[in-house]
Design a protein around this ligand. Structure first.
Ligand code: ZN
Length: 211
């Protein structure tokens, strides 16, 4: 049975860093942002639909986002452990995911929210540099410690776009929080804590030996 956790958190909350650590231990990482970029790059049908919305600066509709998610999930083995990052973004998407899980025998472990202030998220994002090869996230320009590639600012890491993404998050998170609290599957972590502290907390609920 596929088991998954959902990482909730505004951009800059540190959930990407934690996801990376668990991916190194064999977890699959479902990042809708990354899936969208992949499909756009490969110019798939879904990718073309996504780029239409991205270019016009609007949110990608639920059915397209969910098509990306189910396409990804269907390609996994039934023993897979998955971190969902950036999905779901609405109660509607959360319900689609629950229905899909029930039909396909997948199970949500927990929805985990990384909490921190808007100011701190903005400060972090304005100082974020990404490795184009492996996705490593650094907080200064330079080279990737893993493969020596030049770290770059992400295109969408400029202040106006970041502020809009933070605002988007504020608009949808309360319904999701309520949704997962009702299911008894919500947990909050302090996004201001050190990455190691957060990893230890996550270890307890995600179970190092799960895979
Ligand atoms: Zn790298």
């Amino acid at each position: 049975m596929i088991k998954y956790v959902i990482f909730l958190g505004k951009p800059g909350s540190g959930k990407g860093t934690q996801a990376q650590r668990f991916v190194e231990r064999g977890w699959a990482w479902l990042s809708t942002g990354e899936l969208m970029r992949q499909h756009i790059r490969k110019q798939t049908d879904l990718g073309q639909q996504v780029s239409h919305y991205v270019q016009s600066g609007s949110l990608v509709p639920d059915e397209i986002t969910f098509a990306l998610v189910s396409d990804f999930m269907s390609g996994l083995s039934d023993k897979a452990r998955v971190i969902m990052d950036g999905f779901p973004r609405s109660k509607n998407q959360a319900q689609l995911l629950e229905e899909w899980s029930a039909r396909n025998g997948a199970e949500l472990i927990l929805a985990i929210e990384f909490c921190l202030s808007d100011d701190e998220a903005l400060r972090r994002l304005l100082n974020r540099y990404l490795c184009p090869l492996c996705g490593f996230i650094g907080n200064a320009p330079g080279r990737c410690p893993k493969d020596d590639a030049e770290l770059v600012r992400r295109v969408d890491d400029d202040e106006a776009v970041i502020l809009r993404r933070i605002q988007d998050y504020g608009n949808y998170i309360s319904q999701l929080r309520a949704y997962y609290q009702r299911l008894g599957k919500y947990m909050a972590v302090n996004g201001m804590a050190s990455p190691d502290t957060i990893t230890k907390q996550l270890d307890k609920v995600m179970g190092v030996g799960l895979r």
